[in-house]
Write a protein that binds this ligand. Structure first.
Ligand code: ADP
Ligand code: MG
Length: 220
């Protein structure tokens, strides 16, 4: 049995999504390990247009998550998201900590009664709005929002079909930040010189979403 049969049923957004403890643990551990494994790449991206700490920031945050993964997996999805969000806010320095923290804390809050993929996609959209408020930012400014916003739009349009392709969709969105000029965060200080580089936060966002897509569609 796949964790939630998303691939098999394509775009049926009204389908219930149940995830057991094993599934939650696999998701938390996979996201954390992926982020830790990509530290060097995120460092290089942030060295190009920031201060080079995004890799370390994300590794530190997700190492803290990994330490508590077993306990977090015991919780309901909403409470687990809340716990992960708090861990990230406390352990990730810089701009990314509060922004990822806001995304997960808000997702946990809005997804309290989520049962279907559609419910989760709506909650994801509401959480993105909170990130925008927190960062005083929007899509098009070369930030992690340039992954979250277009990916959310595709999820609204295509449902489970998009979940099965989440890694590719998110990677393409991150790559689209390359020609953008940064208007938020440290990269904005570079002006025109921020053009030609993928945004580090957009890349880390694409990694998170890619893992979520893969784990949700995995066979048990
Ligand atoms: P810092 O910029 O404080 O060094 P990080 O390097 O960990 O923090 O994170 C940088 C990333 O955070 C950027 O690549 C960008 O995606 C994101 N970011 C920075 N400021 C904002 C903002 N105001 N709104 C949305 N995302 C932002
Ligand atoms: Mg940085």
């Amino acid at each position: 049995m796949p964790f939630c049969c998303l691939r098999a049923n394509g775009a049926r957004a009204s389908q219930e999504m149940a995830m057991d403890r094993e599934g939650r643990l696999a998701l938390i551990v996979s996201v954390a390990r992926t982020m830790i494994a990509h530290e060097d790449e995120l460092t290089r991206l942030d060295q190009a247009i920031g201060d080079g700490d995004h890799g370390v920031n994300m590794r530190r945050g997700f190492e803290a998550v990994l330490r508590d993964a077993e306990a977090m997996a015991e919780l309901s999805p909403a409470l687990a998201l809340d716990a992960i969000g708090h861990r990230l806010v406390n352990c990730i320095g810089g701009a990314a900590g509060p922004l990822y923290g806001t995304l997960l804390l808000s997702l946990g809050r809005y997804a309290g009664h989520a049962r279907t993929l559609q419910d989760w996609v709506i909650a994801f959209g509401q959480a993105i709005e909170d990130v925008k408020r927190r960062g005083r930012s929007e899509a098009g400014q070369k930030t992690l929002l340039d992954v979250f916003v277009p990916v959310h739009a595709i999820l609204v349009e295509k449902g489970g079909e998009a979940v099965a392709q989440l890694a590719r969709i998110a990677e393409d969105a991150a790559e689209e930040t390359r020609p953008m000029r940064a208007l938020r965060g440290r990269a904005a200080f570079l002006g025109e010189r921020s053009i030609g580089h993928v945004d580090p936060g957009a890349r880390s966002a694409s990694l998170v979403l890619g893992v979520v897509g893969r784990v949700l569609c995995e066979e048990k």
